[in-house]
Design a protein around this ligand. Structure first.
Ligand SMILES: C[C@H](O)[C@H](O)[C@H]1CNC2=NC(N)=NC(=O)C2=N1
Length: 98
């Protein structure tokens, strides 16, 4: 998988307003409406991660999730990270705090 350069990363991030870049990672914080909803998001993200064989770092704090994506095998950000980020946005949407 090819590493993306800075300008490609900026272009991809422009389509993902919830995500920010921190070095070799992109990160998003999701606040679900309650703890069970947050765990459902994690469970659906886990299914997608297995399907893609691409796995986020996830930190669970009550109903707040901190997710970080990077392609460790490539040593930076690749198309996989942005594809999974877009899927995570779709998964989280119905569980969001109203
Ligand atoms: C062997 C296996 O394909 C690799 O270890 C995969 C698994 N999941 C992964 N997930 C992420 N985020 N980055 C990787 O480089 C990665 N590599």
């Amino acid at each position: 998988m090819d590493l993306l350069d800075d300008s490609a990363i900026e272009r991809r991030l422009a389509d993902l307003p919830g995500w920010r870049r921190e070095g070799d990672e992109i990160r998003r914080t999701i606040t679900a409406r309650d703890f069970p909803s947050a765990i459902r998001v994690v469970d659906e993200v886990a299914t997608e991660a297995e399907r893609m064989n691409h796995h986020p770092d996830i930190d669970i704090r009550w109903r707040t999730l901190h997710l970080a994506l990077s392609t460790h095998d490539a040593g930076g950000l690749t198309d996989l990270d942005f594809t999974l980020a877009a899927r995570i946005d779709e998964i989280a949407e119905p569980y969001g705090r109203t």
